[in-house]
Design a protein around this ligand. Structure first.
Ligand code: ZN
Length: 309
């Protein structure tokens, strides 16, 4: 039996899967624990795993491996991953952020290892990349990326058949790379950067910068409203160049895209983003394709499953 754990800033979800069967069972979900001691998220995950086991009538001792797909970034403590996620750990940005805790980190790997022999924690975009390589739009590709354009912007990268991790498992935080020297405070990212990709075009930034949710803005652009067309062209320029930069840096074959902002507007966005790849430095970009995620809006559900055999 495998346990699949998805940790986000809003909710925690746990499912089980039988060996050799990729159907997700007994899904349990709760708002992410953010009060009490900083091991509250880990304790919540353990409790939800137990609840999932009860739901299908098995003992939690039957669980051989646990895959955790989580929002990052991560820090290592004695070799075990702890979450330093701005939307979970209130101590990072201080009281102004409004979270009901002062955690600097939330331990996750160590508490799970106390109960389970095999535990693998990965950034949620890296886990989604693995899911897309296994079941989705990136099957058979050794040089590829998964990009989520959602409330935030996340990236998972694979070169020469190897998913990239980095010193603390944080490779792919390209959403926090600077793309503008604009010091306008409306481009303030939750990470503290001003003018990074996420601060400019993530779902939360669109709502803040343009006074309406992404959904309304793209709807107006599809209808041809000039101001909305100009604004969405500017958003596509930032994301399109980010994708081009990934291709140019890593010599990628393809990029799969998901996340709510992309997914709900994929027919509009895909050709516009592809246009920022095509024609630039042809030896690097010829034949490079952008794809809508093959797993569709189920990428998140399969991400943790991709981490456990
Ligand atoms: Zn940032």
């Amino acid at each position: 039996m495998r346990a699949c754990v998805d940790i986000g800033g809003t909710k925690v979800a746990v499912s089980l899967a039988l060996p050799g069967n990729d159907t997700l069972l007994a899904r349990q979900s709760e708002p992410t624990a953010k009060t009490g001691h900083n091991d509250a998220v880990a304790q919540q995950v353990l409790r939800l795993i137990d609840a999932a086991c009860v739901a299908i009538g098995v003992s939690s001792s039957a669980i051989e491996s646990v895959g955790v797909s989580s929002a990052g970034p991560f820090v290592l403590n004695n070799g075990c991953i702890e979450l330093a996620t701005p939307n979970i750990c209130g101590g990072l940005a201080g009281p102004a952020r409004g979270l009901p805790n002062d955690w600097m980190t939330a331990p996750i790997e160590a508490p799970l290892r106390e109960r389970f022999a095999r535990v693998r924690v990965e950034n949620d975009a890296v886990a989604a990349l693995e899911a897309e390589r296994r079941w989705g739009a990136l099957q058979g590709l050794d040089h590829c990326a998964y990009v989520t354009w959602s409330t935030g912007v996340g990236v998972g990268l694979c070169v020469d058949g190897r998913p990239l991790r980095g010193k603390n498992g944080n490779a792919g935080h390209a959403g926090h790379t600077f793309v503008s020297d604009d010091d306008n405070r409306d481009a303030l990212c939750g990470c503290g950067n001003v003018g990074d990709v996420e601060g400019l075009i993530a779902g939360n930034a669109i709502a803040r910068r343009f006074g309406q949710p992404a959904e309304g803005l793209f709807k107006a652009a599809v209808a041809g409203e000039p101001e909305a067309v100009r604004t969405t062209d500017a958003l596509c320029r930032v994301m399109g160049r980010t994708l081009y930069n990934l291709v140019a840096t890593l010599d990628l074959q393809a990029i799969s895209l998901g996340g709510s902002v992309f997914w709900h507007n994929r027919d509009f966005l895909l050709p516009r983003l592809q246009a920022h790849i095509d024609g630039h430095l042809a030896p690097l970009t010829r034949g490079v394709r952008l794809h809508a995620a093959g797993l569709g809006d189920k990428v998140g559900d399969y991400a943790a499953l991709a981490l456990v055999d």
